[in-house]
Design a protein around this ligand. Structure first.
Ligand SMILES: C[S@@+](CC[C@H](N)C(=O)[O-])C[C@H]1O[C@@H](n2cnc3c(N)ncnc32)[C@H](O)[C@@H]1O
Length: 224
């Protein structure tokens, strides 16, 4: 796993190159939103980046706390979220942040847990949830089995079609590709089997879904 300093530096650099363009995680926002509790007073977004999903949560929750390690990401997120007075951004390393216990109706993390100790983060997210609250994770996984590789076959043309439709080009600009490639050198993803194993221990009964674009989700509701 990369150091916190390296992760922060990578995302500060990526923030400077960021536009409000569609990305692969956004494709799953509507799936995640369907699982946000209808009565949502307090919500938490861990690793909020430029706040795309935090703003969607703010349309559903009375208060949203959105945390990110990268000051540049938080700066952009704040700029893009001026219309939401109940959306609170904080620059913070979630590993050092004291999350309130039994406080949130919804705790979300998108494309962030692969930077963090996975089982520990699931436990902390679980602790932070109220009874009946919902934990939502979307992240990338490492293909290892034949079925993982077979799933990639339809993903490639679908990915190209989505890029053309949403971004009107097949590849991001050179400097963006370069920044992601350098960041990706130290990225480590869990396999789906590892995700399932941790969920079995920490979040029994969690729904784990494999999605087409190289991602999985976890949906878990805290039982009474
Ligand atoms: C790939 S981005 C995803 C951003 C956003 N969730 C999205 O879907 O667009 C991962 C984010 O996690 C943040 N992050 C990584 N480690 C973190 C940590 N320890 N505490 C808080 N945020 C962290 C990074 O700064 C980065 O903005």
């Amino acid at each position: 796993m990369a150091s916190t300093e390296k992760i922060q530096a990578d995302f500060d650099r990526l923030a400077v190159l960021s536009t409000e363009e569609w990305n692969h995680n956004d494709y799953y926002h509507s799936f995640l939103l369907k699982h946000v509790p209808a009565q949502c007073d307090q919500a938490l977004d861990i690793g909020c980046g430029t706040g795309g999903f935090s703003r969607l949560l703010a349309q559903r929750a009375q208060h949203v706390l959105a945390l990110d390690l990268s000051p540049q990401m938080i700066c952009l997120a704040q700029e893009r979220s001026r219309r939401f007075s109940h959306l609170e951004y904080q620059t913070a390393d979630v590993l050092k942040y004291e999350l309130p216990t039994t406080h949130f109706d919804c705790v979300v993390s998108i494309a962030t847990l692969h930077h963090l100790p996975f089982a520990e983060m699931l436990s902390r997210m679980k602790e932070a949830l109220k009874v009946g609250g919902t934990l939502l994770v979307l992240d990338l996984f490492r293909a290892e089995s034949l079925s993982d590789f077979l799933w990639s076959i339809p993903a490639f043309p679908w990915n190209l079609a989505l890029r053309l439709w949403k971004q009107h080009r097949l590849r991001p600009p050179h400097e963006v590709r370069q920044a992601w490639a350098e960041h990706g050198r130290t990225d480590v993803y869990l396999t789906l089997a590892q995700v399932r194993q941790s969920c079995k221990k920490v979040l029994p009964g969690a729904h784990i879904t494999r999605h087409l674009l190289w991602r999985y989700s976890i949906v878990w509701t805290k039982p009474t």
